[in-house]
Design a binder for this molecule. Structure first.
Ligand SMILES: [Fe+2]
Ligand SMILES: [Fe+2]
Length: 137
């Protein structure tokens, strides 16, 4: 989970860096939720989740502006996937973490990891050649 592999690369330096940062945030979240020392991690979990939400919004905007700037034809469909993911993670309320901290944490982490991996490998990968051909590297 959240392990970077070469086949995640879209050969655009800034985007690869941003994807790696998303993986790093996911790993931090996973590590905290995995701790079994009985200490209440609520504040830390909320803080990382907030960071992740903010960074995801930032990354999606960055990708969208690149696609738009270069006239990428699947822009709308791609943006729709971004929007629905943002909506999903924004809908996670602080109370959801508070009540059953670990259970909800792990479910959530699995969802985020699966979504991000699949989105990069399937959807982001579709613009790889297009942007590379435009000289975006
Ligand atoms: Fe994307
Ligand atoms: Fe992306």
């Amino acid at each position: 989970m959240f392990k970077w592999r070469d086949d995640f690369s879209v050969n655009v330096e800034k985007i690869d860096e941003q994807h790696q940062e998303l993986f790093n945030l996911g790993t931090s979240l996973y590590n905290i939720v995995s701790l079994k020392d009985g200490i209440d991690r609520y504040d830390e979990i909320i803080a990382i989740l907030d960071k992740m939400k903010d960074y995801t919004v930032y990354h999606f905007k960055y990708e969208e502006s690149l696609m738009k700037e270069h006239g990428y034809e699947d822009y709308e469909a791609h943006k729709m996937q971004h929007d629905s993911f943002i909506e999903k993670i924004q809908s996670i309320k602080d109370e959801d973490v508070d009540i059953k901290q670990k259970k909800i944490g792990m479910d959530l982490i699995l969802f985020i990891a699966n979504w991000i991996e699949k989105h990069i490998l399937v959807t982001d990968m579709k613009y790889k050649e297009f942007l590379n051909d435009k000289g975006v590297l």
